[in-house]
Design a protein around this ligand. Structure first.
Ligand SMILES: C[S@@+](CC[C@H](N)C(=O)[O-])C[C@H]1O[C@@H](n2cnc3c(N)ncnc32)[C@H](O)[C@@H]1O
Length: 337
């Protein structure tokens, strides 16, 4: 006959586990001394295999100490130390998620900073894809991070706009992987740069800021963004609008209307794999040996890698490590010759 449940919590301070096999519930409590909150999670188990396993554990715990076999003894004594490992990780995600819920307004397209190491990895990858020295790429990244005009423009555009802007966007820009997009544009000085999918226009305005800097160095370039949503791209305004435009409608239809050679292409619209691949195919005749293609979907599909192989290009993938954010990060796919 199975025991209804048991509770263990002595071995690791702050960690306790409660099993209730009758109710099918596992409750984990984690109250680390260093923390400011107690984390408690109750799992209502419905899976038969897991329920069976809970019953076995409860039976083991119910046996008098002398009657338990050694394996059961070791297994039970290690439950809270093992829970301590997993709950530490879960607690970190729960507290960063709570902070995000309270301080951020974003309801889609998350933005965050990257850890310093992640930024260094990104700088090295951009250096490989653009064939420019790493210190030059790092200088472009610093240039973006210290661009106070751009930060002010973003905050002002959001705050001066309708309520659903300030209510659904953060006024302090966190560029995430877009830092790499900026550095690519500064390094390559493209004449034509295309981004499919613009959302608020955070990428658009950052890319146009890069084109503005290129222009002061004598390299003129133009940005075309595309989006199916007619309200997308509101951040691309003011002085940045001189360097680009947003064309509204289906991306592939917009791409079909372009005839000039494309130097840099950023795919970030419909994240369906077939759609993504069709975007690359549509622009392929306009790409040349020095074109660089950046995929914002490369963390979830192999379409850019496939396109790179088919067009004799190299492929690299950078995976983001966000700083202090619950989201595990996306990445940048690079295709280049
Ligand atoms: C992930 S967001 C783009 C984020 C943007 N690149 C940035 O830097 O923040 C994806 C965007 O693609 C747009 N989109 C989705 N399907 C599309 C399509 N078939 N054609 C054009 N845009 C599309 C959505 O409206 C959305 O704004």
């Amino acid at each position: 006959m199975s025991a209804p449940g048991f509770k263990i919590g002595d071995k690791v301070k702050g960690v306790s586990l409660k099993f209730d096999s009758t109710a099918g519930e596992l409750t984990a409590t984690y109250a680390p001394n260093r923390g400011t909150s107690e984390f408690q999670a109750t799992l209502h188990v419905t899976d038969t295999k897991l329920l069976q396993r809970m019953e076995e554990l409860c039976e083991g715990a119910a046996m008098a100490s002398g009657a338990r076999d050694e394996i059961v003894e070791v297994r039970l004594s290690e439950l809270t130390p093992r829970a301590d490992y997993v709950l530490r990780a879960t607690d970190w995600i729960a507290s960063s998620a709570l902070e995000w819920l309270l301080y951020s307004n974003e309801n889609t397209n998350w933005t965050y900073d990257l850890t310093p190491r992640s930024l260094s990895h990104l700088a090295n990858m951009v250096s490989i894809a653009t064939k420019r020295p790493v210190d030059e790429i790092e200088a472009f990244i610093t240039e973006l991070k210290t661009d106070e005009d751009l930060k002010t423009h973003i905050a002002k555009t959001i705050l001066d706009g309708p309520a659903d802007r300030a209510g659904l966007a953060d006024t302090i820009p966190r560029w995430s992987r877009r830092v790499g997009w900026y550095a690519v544009v500064r390094a390559l000085k493209p004449k034509l740069l295309i981004e499919t999918g613009v959302d608020k226009g955070l990428g658009s305005v950052l890319l146009c800021a890069a084109l503005a800097r290129n222009s002061t160095e004598g390299h003129e370039g133009r940005y075309i963004g595309t989006d199916i949503n007619p309200s997308a791209g509101y951040l691309l305004c003011g002085p940045y609008l001189r360097f680009g435009e947003i064309r509204y409608g289906d991306s592939i239809e917009t791409l079909q209307s372009i005839t000039d050679p494309v130097d840099v292409f950023i795919n970030d619209s419909d994240h369906n794999a077939d759609y993504e691949y069709r975007e690359y195919q549509t622009l392929a005749p306009l790409m040349h040996d020095s074109s660089v293609i950046l995929g914002d979907n490369a963390h979830s599909t192999d379409m850019l890698m496939r396109f790179a192989a088919e067009t004799d290009r190299k492929f690299l993938f950078f995976r983001e490590t966000p700083q202090g954010h619950w989201y595990p990060g996306a990445g940048v796919g690079f295709a280049f010759t």
